[in-house]
Ligand binder design. Structure first.
Ligand SMILES: [Zn+2]
Ligand SMILES: [Zn+2]
Length: 378
């Protein structure tokens, strides 16, 4: 350790600083010089000194002793270092808050996992479904690649015939003790990442990772009524977890393919059905597609373009809840665009009669329009 600086100077506080000021000063300095956060030369020494200073000044008895005698003072009690003993863990937790405390001191107070068990990551993919598949739901086979267990070494990472050996650095304990001044910390062993074992002869196929890509097919149950963008999760079907860790999950994002007939509006389906002008005028029974097959709907006489008919319960199953949405049929009256001479002749005759009879049976919209037009120009 470098020369021993005055504890008050180290923390940068006045000699009459109160407990709160000391805490703040210590927190600031400790965060600045913690060796995990500061790789500058001397940072670790400085961190140890800061801890030593705070351990003394935060204890009223030791502080009083230090104020009287300084570093060289006679021991408290029988022999040894008058200032032995570290900082109270509760005090540290209070000073740094839960997260930072765990980061800086967690390995000391909380222990570390014995093995290098790592949760496998989640694997994401898209699944395209037709509207009919959405309506039916049910099991779907999905094939994909994921980081799986290396078959050659059964996931151990060691060349077949060999096995991982005990780590020399930590003698298989998975952790090593490090002293930071008054705080003796136990850290995960850097040589074996805490597993206690190292691979001396790595598997050639996975280079010691224990992981190899694999092609798999799994069965995904799809609930009826799912929509584009929704995600389904298959627990444990993601990437292989290392060191005996849990595998990740498979996350499947649903994409519903466009349908030639239907547009989706929540649980309702909307389809546009063209009808002819005579069908609209006379009324008709027209064939429409539904999810359950072809159906006949009755178009009432005198139907205007844009009228919507509703087929109750012919929409999609409700994902949450009972029953199904509706199917909406929007009728579009199609004006003939290419007339044969015969059609033209009949339509002209039709229009002639319409004009002659307009006085008796005027069409309400057209009459209203013509009346307004007349007013406008008068
Ligand atoms: Zn392998
Ligand atoms: Zn080790």
């Amino acid at each position: 350790m470098a020369e021993t600086l005055d504890y008050y100077e180290l923390l940068g506080v006045a000699r009459d600083a109160d407990a709160e000021t000391l805490k703040k000063a210590y927190r600031k300095q400790a965060l600045q010089y913690h060796p995990d956060r500061n790789s500058e030369p001397g940072a670790e020494d400085r961190f140890k000194q800061i801890n030593a200073a705070y351990a003394v000044l935060s204890d009223p008895d030791k502080r009083a002793h230090y104020d009287r005698f300084g570093h060289e003072g006679p021991g408290l009690g029988a022999g040894g270092n008058p200032f032995a003993g570290g900082i109270n863990p509760d005090d540290l937790r209070d000073i740094f808050g839960g997260d930072v405390f765990s980061e800086l001191f967690g390995s000391f107070f909380g222990g570390i996992p014995r093995r290098d068990a790592r949760h496998g990551r989640d694997v994401a993919l898209d699944l395209a479904l037709t509207l009919r598949e959405v309506a039916d739901g049910g099991d779907h086979s999905v094939s994909f690649r994921r980081p799986g267990r290396c078959q050659t070494c059964a996931g151990s990472g060691a060349r077949p015939g060999s096995s991982p050996v005990t780590c020399d650095t930590c003698s298989g304990q998975g952790k090593v003790a490090v002293s930071h001044g008054f705080i003796r910390m136990v850290q995960g062993c850097p040589a074996c990442q805490g597993s206690g074992r190292v691979i001396a002869d790595p598997c050639g196929d996975c280079r010691g990772s224990g992981v190899a890509a694999e092609e798999v097919t799994v069965t995904l149950p799809v609930p009826p009524g799912v929509a584009t963008g929704q995600r389904l999760r298959l627990v444990g079907e993601g990437a292989h977890g290392k060191g005996g860790g849990q595998p990740g999950d498979l996350l499947v994002r649903i994409m519903v393919k466009p349908d030639p007939f239907f547009e989706r509006d929540g649980d309702d389906l909307v389809c546009e059905v063209p009808i002819s002008f005579p069908q609209a005028a006379l009324g008709a029974s027209v064939a429409v597609p539904t999810l359950d097959g072809k159906a006949k709907v009755k178009v009432p006489a005198g139907t205007q373009s844009g009228k919507v008919l509703r087929l109750r319960g012919k929409g999609l199953p409700r994902l949450r809840g009972m029953g199904r949405g509706d199917q909406l049929i929007r009728l579009h009256v199609e004006t003939p665009s290419r007339l044969s001479p015969r059609q033209r002749e009949l339509l002209e005759a039709f229009e002639q009669i319409s004009l002659e009879e307009a006085g008796e049976h005027p069409e309400p919209r057209r009459k209203g329009f013509l009346d307004k037009l007349k007013e406008w120009f008068d």
